[in-house]
Design a protein around this ligand. Structure first.
Ligand SMILES: [Zn+2]
Length: 106
């Protein structure tokens, strides 16, 4: 039979492993949250991009230019580029090219 000291040693070893395991679980949880958030952003961006494709069709004259301008303006407000330079990309702050496009279509 193992001595109490040996058992204590085993318990401490297990405790250490448990702590490491809990840490690993936490890391995984954060990772899953990040992936979920990333996924959400990507599907949002995707939806906007297909909106943008429709907007291009509108620009070819299937709807009034006023309506196209409205859609473009909304895209811009939502934080996406509507300029030729960065079209569909996420916008950080104002973009002069976008503002120009807005003025031209509005
Ligand atoms: Zn832009």
């Amino acid at each position: 039979m193992a001595s109490p000291l040996k058992i204590l040693e085993q318990v401490q070893l297990l405790e250490g492993q448990l702590a490491a395991f809990a840490e690993e679980l936490d890391r995984l949880r954060v990772w899953v949250e990040e992936l979920t958030e990333e996924n959400r952003k990507l599907s949002l961006e995707n939806a906007h991009l297909s909106d943008g494709t429709k907007t291009h069709a509108m620009e070819k004259g299937t709807v009034t230019s006023g309506e196209a301008a409205r859609v473009l303006g909304k895209l811009y407000e939502d934080g996406y580029h509507i300029c030729n330079v960065n079209y569909g990309g996420l916008r950080k702050g104002d973009c002069l090219f976008c503002l120009q496009s807005l003025q031209r279509s509005g």
